[in-house]
Design a protein around this ligand. Sequence first.
Ligand SMILES: CC(C)(COP(=O)(O)OP(=O)(O)OC[C@H]1O[C@@H](n2cnc3c(N)ncnc32)[C@H](O)[C@@H]1OP(=O)(O)O)[C@@H](O)C(=O)NCCC(=O)NCCSC(=O)CCS(=O)O
Length: 379
Amino acid sequence: MSPFCTEDDLAIAETVGRFAQDVVAPRAQAIDAEERFAGEHLQALADIGLTGMNLPAEWGGAGVSPVALYLAVEALAGACASTTSMLTAHFLATDTILLGGSADQHRQWLPDAAAGRRLGAFALTEPRAGSNPADMRTKAERTADGGFRLSGVKHFISNAGHADFLTVFALTDPAAGARGISAFVVDRRTPGLTVGAPEPTMGLRGGHVFEVSFDNCLLPPDALLGPEGSGFRTAMKVLDNGRVEIAATCTGIAQAALTDSIAWVKQREVEGEPIARFQGLQWYLADMATDLDAARLLGLRAASLRANHQRFSQEAAIAKLFASEMAGRVTDKALQMHGGYGYARAMRLERLVRDARIMRIYEGSSEIQRNIIARNLLK
Ligand SMILES: CC(C)(COP(=O)(O)OP(=O)(O)OC[C@H]1O[C@@H](n2cnc3c(N)ncnc32)[C@H](O)[C@@H]1OP(=O)(O)O)[C@@H](O)C(=O)NCCC(=O)NCCSC(=O)CCS(=O)O
């Protein structure tokens, strides 16, 4: 499949692919249509090791390579992107604890999260600080007992209303800009923490997003992840991982659209012959496959660098930019090939088109990825 994958990675992908098609795919249309939270899959994801797939075995995780993680996320996304979004948001939360926290914090939070007993959410974005999180307003002030008083509002937070814990980023030194941001792990039952109703969205309708308010929430000293002021850097490292997982989600969605399109042109007939005989449609398929292959290779390259403990921020941004734009192109072409049937809600293609759209926006929009890529080029 790719120079980046080992036999073990491919075996994991096959297992997850079978699980995704047998267990997750059959419920995906209903989850979307009824806007039902994809959490109904949480136990099944945990049973197959997916809830801890980003974590080392030491903390209850699957201990697999980031390449296997990429392939697993892709396989799951081909079945249900809402379920995948719930899972990747959980990964953002547990990655924050893994990368920012101490061994004691790992022990306290990660095994339960890896086992799917506790669901996480990642609270970085604010109503007026999306692309530029350094401009956040949420504050955490020291209290006399060494803990913190947390106040502010976070927005578009996946899982929040269903989560057991959130990793939250807040200013501990408002004068210091990005260097004044700290990361915290917060129990969702903390008094003063309230979550709004799920925000209605165009796609990922089973991957609920929420506004979260912190009204003078009192946090214990051990809620702080890492040294004060290190939160922004932790968030950026977590997002490097997250962007590769979004790229994998995009290749999963696009692969599903391509698979459906191949089946469609073979089955749909015009004047007694399958439309697959039209060269125009064959060229559509060829372009879709080429675009998809390029995106997958970029994603696997980033995952492979991560596996080798090399810096991969640039490659993650390139993979996320290309894959999210590719998913838009491929799902749109697929819909065009299906004609009115692709536009009808009875087919999953309509869902794939809607689910693909957010990929160009969350975890850093395409414009932000271009900024990151250009900034690295001009260093
Ligand atoms: C575009 C940005 C990267 C620009 O950031 P800034 O210009 O504000 O900050 P910098 O000066 O670049 O960096 C400050 C500080 O952080 C360090 N840094 C930066 N990037 C990295 C990295 N990849 N790895 C490690 N460290 C990093 C940098 O070296 C500086 O350190 P020093 O202070 O010098 O020590 C940024 O604004 C950005 O990424 N914006 C997009 C935000 C985003 O993606 N938000 C998505 C939120 S989550 C979501 O969308 C969905 C979640 S869910 O499903 O609920």
